[in-house]
Structure formats: structure tokens, C-alpha cells
Design a binder for this molecule. Structure first.
Ligand code: FUB
Length: 449
């Protein structure tokens, strides 16, 4: 009986252990897919992820409307910089904000994305520009010469030449770009499809020991789900020689996969996506990351049954939103305005102009599931005032109504614990009940489990 009990306990323990050590989403609070990872030259200690966004509760990729940026210094603590570009901010586009990449080019940051063009219904490779890696990005049109430009990625070689890769529906192309990134350089377009065994979409190029590695989601035997493949070349535009699948199918994969590979502090990381957070819903995906190693011949070792980076049981996330970016990031200014006149703020300015009853600034926080967080708002109030701090999907969830907020001694942080967020878009608003000399710098939500 004793032996039997011991055996049962062992089975239960190993089952629980296996369950708890299963792959965890790297970004655990929002549906984010198609991760494009970067370390920017001006800040080598920070890793950035640019992702597409899946709408919670959806069953289709047709409900993808925007992109997010995330940053981290240790791959455990992440900042979600919120929505960085949406279909609504791109005049020529109608829908389908699918996979994107980013590039630092001549002192500016570019989001290289793809959306459906309103006039033709075709997918264009769009460009949006910002002075900051976290955006928000402003539309700069689309790249000329790219036909059906889904899943773009931009690789800048050591000599400074920019190359664009893109592909979908079992096709893949590469080309050199002009120095303004606005067009394909004449005569440089290459059809890479035949060189990339079973390619479906999503090319990404990185360089390792002088060789060019083109990784991509492929369909083995034309059957879903996608798995991650790679090929190697001596030149950025090939010819590429197919190597193998480096991330095969795994538990709670989604129908698609899509990856990026970058070096990080003497190691390499393969970013990709799955559907752990939605328990297997292929249209509600999450970012995954795994260590990537090479053998002595430079071949990528297969990431079998991906387990994650193993740096923490779960990533911690703070959503950080500059008040002055609200209108570009899904929020709103009602009566209020932007100002850069007073020093002491972060970002490019702050919001002021609370000179009528119920003027407000509102930011947007997107999450995948119901969750709680501690909200901090950085303000400078020259007098006591009554205000509403409203949190919720349509700011109907009135948390702190008509509260007295005391005057501050310069810039100060006010804190609200356990604000409740619902799946999808949550608005956080501070609105005054009276004319008040108030400035709002930023909003921060430290998410809890
Ligand atoms: O996320 C939408 C689409 O699914 C991407 O553009 C593809 O690469 C696939 O991941």
C-alpha cells in the first residue's frame, strides 16, 4: 500500500512539474504575434520587440488592426509601450495589420509593416516613422515596387546596404532598397521561392560568421501548422541553400508561426509565437522565445519542444504610456492640449488645458484577459481639485469618482491600487470637475497575475 502511494505521488509530482515547466509566453498579458526583435545601436542594453496584435476572442486574422512595442533589459521585466501604429492612422490602408519589422535608419526609427490598401485591396509594405524606438509611428506611405508586400523584414548589411524581404502564399522575394527606403532599387528584385523549400511566408535574415541565414515559416508537405525553416547563403540575395526545420511543431502551437533571430549578450535568441495564452486559439497568439545555438559547422541546432528562456517563471509587465501620445495610441484628448513649455516631464511633453469642466486625457491599455494592475499617474497640480479617474473597457467602470486630488509640489506620482482591466481595449481617463492648472506627464500600470 505504502509503495503504491509513493508511486501515485511520484506520478502526480512529475505531471505537475511537467505542466509548470511548460513553455510560458514571453509577453504574458496581451495577444501579440509575429515578433520582430532588435537591439538599437544607441542603447545596446535594451531589447525591443515589435509585434502585431490579435483581438481577444477572435477566430480570424482579419481582426488585426495595430502593432505594439515592448522593451526589456533582462528579458523578464518588460515594458509595454502600448499601441504604436493602427490602421486608423494610415490613410491609404483599410485593414489587416499583419507582420511588421522595424529598422533604425539615418537617425530615425521606421516601422516596416503590411496592411491592405483601401484603393486596390492588395497588401502593401508600409513605412511609418518616429524619432523614438517606442513610437508612436507616423505614416510615411508604402514602398514602391513591392507587389503584394506581406510580412516584410528589413536587413541592413555590415556595409550599410538595406535589403527588404517579404512573402506570403508560398512565395518569397528579396530586393535591395534605395537609400531613402522608399523604393526597390532597380534590377535588384529576386524571387527566392524556389530556393526556400516549402516556404509559406514571413522571411527574416540574420548574419552569423559571415553567412546569411534566411529563416521562414514553411508548410511541411503543404500541411498546417507552420514550422520554422532556414536556408543559408554567401550573399544577402542568395542563392540560398535550404538547411532544415529548426522549430518543429510543438504543444499549443498556433496554425502559423513567425520568427526573428538576434544575438543577445554572447548568445542567440529565436523569437516566435504560439497560442499558450489562449489555450490553442490560432488567432489569439503570444510571443515565445528560446535560446538558439549553432553547431561547429554553423548549423542551427533544432529547438525541439521549445521551453522558453527559463529566466523566470513568468515575465513581469508594466504598461507605460506618455500622456502626450494619447491621441496617436488609441486614447483621446477632450478639451485638453499638448505642451512642452515646462521642464521636468518625460517623453516629448505633457498634457494640459484643463480649463473647463470635464476636460480630460485618456490613454488606452490592451490586455488579453481580465487582470488587475496598480495605476500610477504623474501629474503637476498647482491647486487642489476634484476629478474622476476612470478605468475600463469604455470608461464605464468608474473607479475613483469625484475624488479630491491635492495640489502637488511640482511633478508627483498619484497611485491607485488594483484597477481592473477587461480583455480588449481599456481606457484610463483623468478628467477634472473644474478649471484647474493641471499637467499630466504619463500613466503607468504595473500588471499583476
Ligand atoms: O499575423 C498575421 C499573419 O499570420 C502574419 O502576417 C503571418 O506571418 C502569420 O503569422
Amino acid at each position: 500500500m505504502k509503495v503504491y502511494f509513493k508511486y501515485i505521488s511520484l506520478v502526480i509530482f512529475s505531471f505537475l512539474y511537467r505542466e509548470s515547466s511548460a513553455q510560458q509566453p514571453l509577453i504574458p498579458h496581451v495577444y501579440a504575434a509575429d515578433p520582430s526583435a532588435h537591439i538599437w545601436p544607441e542603447d545596446p542594453g535594451t531589447i525591443w520587440l515589435y509585434t502585431s496584435h490579435d483581438t481577444p476572442g477572435t477566430n480570424t486574422h482579419k481582426t488585426m488592426f495595430s502593432y505594439h512595442a515592448f522593451s526589456s533589459q533582462d528579458l523578464v521585466n518588460w515594458v509595454d509601450h502600448g499601441r504604436i501604429l493602427s490602421v486608423d492612422d494610415v490613410p491609404w490602408a483599410s485593414t489587416m495589420a499583419w507582420a511588421a519589422d522595424a529598422v533604425y535608419w539615418k537617425g530615425k526609427y521606421y516601422l516596416v509593416h503590411c496592411m491592405k490598401e483601401r484603393a486596390t485591396g492588395t497588401t502593401r509594405t508600409g513605412l511609418a516613422v518616429s524619432d523614438y524606438p517606442q513610437g508612436p509611428f507616423v505614416d510615411a506611405g508604402y514602398i514602391n515596387g513591392v507587389e503584394f508586400g506581406q510580412d516584410p523584414s528589413l536587413f541592413v548589411d555590415d556595409d550599410g546596404t538595406p535589403y527588404l524581404y517579404w512573402g506570403s502564399g508560398s512565395k518569397c522575394y528579396g530586393a535591395e532598397l534605395t537609400q531613402d527606403l522608399r523604393s526597390i532599387k532597380k534590377g535588384s528584385l529576386v524571387d527566392l521561392t524556389e530556393q526556400l523549400f516549402e516556404v509559406f511566408e514571413g522571411p527574416w535574415v540574420h548574419k552569423y560568421e559571415g553567412k546569411y541565414y534566411l529563416s521562414y515559416p514553411g508548410l511541411p508537405g503543404n500541411k498546417w501548422p507552420e514550422q520554422m525553416y532556414y536556408a543559408v547563403a554567401d550573399q544577402p540575395l542568395g542563392p540560398y541553400e535550404f538547411q532544415k526545420i529548426y522549430i518543429p511543431k510543438f504543444k499549443k502551437h498556433s496554425g502559423t508561426n513567425h520568427g526573428s533571430i538576434i544575438p543577445w549578450k554572447d548568445q542567440w535568441i529565436a523569437f516566435h509565437h504560439g497560442s499558450q495564452l489562449s489555450d490553442g486559439n490560432s488567432a489569439c497568439r503570444n510571443v515565445l522565445a528560446d535560446w538558439l545555438t549553432y553547431d561547429k559547422k554553423g548549423r542551427i541546432n533544432t529547438i525541439q519542444d521549445p521551453k522558453g528562456l527559463g529566466l523566470a517563471e513568468k515575465s513581469k509587465v508594466t504598461v507605460f504610456l506618455e500622456a502626450e501620445n494619447a491621441p496617436l495610441q488609441g486614447g483621446k484628448l477632450e478639451g485638453t492640449r499638448l505642451s512642452q513649455k515646462k521642464t521636468g516631464y518625460s517623453g516629448t511633453g505633457y498634457v494640459t488645458g484643463f480649463d473647463a469642466k470635464f476636460n480630460y486625457v485618456q490613454v488606452m491599455v490592451q490586455v488579453a484577459k481580465k487582470m488587475k494592475g496598480d495605476l500610477t499617474i504623474r501629474i503637476d497640480a498647482e491647486e487642489d481639485f476634484h476629478a474622476d479617474v476612470l478605468v475600463g473597457p469604455r470608461v464605464l467602470n468608474k473607479e475613483w469618482q469625484g475624488m479630491l486630488i491635492n495640489k502637488t509640489a511640482g511633478w508627483q506620482e498619484i497611485r491607485f491600487e488594483d484597477v481592473e482591466l477587461d480583455p480588449g481595449d481599456n481606457m484610463i481617463r483623468i478628467q477634472s470637475y473644474q478649471e484647474v492648472n493641471l499637467k499630466v506627464d504619463w500613466f503607468k500600470v504595473e500588471l499583476k497575475d
